[in-house]
Design a binder for this molecule. Structure first.
Ligand SMILES: NC(=O)c1ccc[n+]([C@@H]2O[C@H](COP(=O)([O-])OP(=O)(O)OC[C@H]3O[C@@H](n4cnc5c(N)ncnc54)[C@H](O)[C@@H]3O)[C@@H](O)[C@H]2O)c1
Ligand SMILES: [Zn+2]
Ligand SMILES: [Zn+2]
Length: 339
């Protein structure tokens, strides 16, 4: 079968893999849409600690069940599904306490095993979620990043009427903005350095701040009588924003670090202690967040159409990764392996 393969640093090409046969309690999924994520960009740059070439990346994908090995009354051949790509061990303390998203041995389909940048993927049945009729295949492929946004907001202390600041208007920052609005945030400030992403944020009803021109800390303080934001989401992942998350947060407010830092950040713990700031981190999502993402997209409460910048056949894998290197023109790039 056709597969879009990561072969070495900054080198992806269309190639061939054996069509997988589903093992017991697995389904064979014919992939409809598969999105490129920041993690795929990390693999592409040759810096991902676990991914090994040759690899069909892609952990954000929707598809149709082509074959099932086993019995599961929930699924039939022909069902439209989306794959929750996390695979946990089921035995470590995190798994046993019902928190498989922080499993000691957490693996992802598309990182640790071949993923959605291929015509077919074999997936354990317990990782499948059915896609309702009102949710398109393209939107269903964004379930994973929407679930990240929902899990992140659920881990916050966000209360109705709160002021929120989001540092970074990439796909994840924007999804957190949409979710925080539904959760009752009064005003949501979001910063970025990309005019394209700032325009997108403004079109979604978020207060977009150009970090190249304005200081987000001064803007938010000026508009909150010097108090600052109740909840701050750090989604840009650099030392500038790691300082801003502290300076923009109100006394006794909460910071949620969503970013995966490429280098160890400098964190101003002294300033945090003087004002009793809380710092929370977040990883992936629980199955319940994944289910909520599906249902909120299906109902139209979360509309991801503005986040999709490109839809390409898998043959254009090189072009897709080139688009993603430029935040000025791209947000979510989707491949259609069976076009
Ligand atoms: N916690 C999790 O489970 C989880 C899941 C998915 C992604 N992430 C992480 O979340 C982060 C965001 O993901 P993404 O896909 O949106 O990435 P992205 O790179 O598309 O977005 C980051 C944005 O930050 C902007 N930025 C850079 N410098 C800035 C500055 N000084 N001020 C304001 N904005 C600035 C960039 O222009 C970009 O738009 C990444 O670090 C990613 O690894 C974490
Ligand atoms: Zn992802
Ligand atoms: Zn585990």
């Amino acid at each position: 079968m056709k597969a879009g393969l990561y072969l070495s640093e900054k080198y992806v090409r269309i190639g061939q893999l054996d069509k997988p046969s589903p093992k017991r309690n697995e389904a064979l999924i014919k992939v409809s849409f598969a999105g490129i994520c920041g993690t795929d960009m990390m693999i592409y740059s040759g810096k991902h600690p676990r991914a090994k070439a040759p690899l069909a990346m892609g952990h954000e994908f929707s598809g149709v069940i082509e074959d099932i090995n086993g019995e599961d009354p929930r699924f039939q051949i022909g069902d439209r599904v989306v794959v929750e790509p996390t695979i946990s061990c089921g035995e470590c303390p995190a798994c046993l306490s019902g928190n498989p998203q922080v499993c000691e041995a957490l693996g992802l389909i598309g990182i640790d095993w071949h993923g959605g940048f291929a015509e077919y993927v074999a997936v354990p049945l317990h990782r499948l979620h059915k896609v309702p009729d009102s949710l398109s295949d393209a939107h269903a492929a964004l379930t994973e990043p929407v679930a990240v946004g929902i899990h992140t907001v659920r881990r916050s202390n966000l209360k109705v009427g709160d002021t929120v600041t989001i540092l970074g208007a990439g796909p994840i920052g924007l999804i957190i903005g949409l979710t925080a609005k539904i959760a009752g945030a009064k005003k949501i400030y979001i910063s970025d350095v990309s005019p394209f992403r700032l325009k997108k944020a403004a079109s979604l009803g978020l207060a977009a701040i150009d970090a190249k021109k304005d200081n987000i800390v001064e803007v938010v303080k000026a508009e909150t009588n010097g108090i600052g934001a109740d909840v701050v989401f750090e989604v840009a992942g650099n030392n500038v924003t790691a300082q801003q998350m502290i300076d923009v947060c109100r006394t006794q407010g909460q910071i949620i670090v969503v970013s995966v830092y490429k280098q160890k950040p400098i964190v101003d713990l002294a300033s945090m202690h003087f004002r009793e700031l809380s710092l929370t981190t977040t990883r992936c999502y629980h199955s319940t967040d994944f289910a909520a993402a599906i249902s909120m997209m299906a109902s139209g409460e979360i509309n991801v159409t503005p986040l999709i910048s490109h839809e390409l056949p898998l043959e254009e894998i090189e072009k897709g990764f080139e688009y993603m290197l430029n935040p000025e023109t791209s947000l979510k790039v989707l491949f259609q392996p069976n076009l």
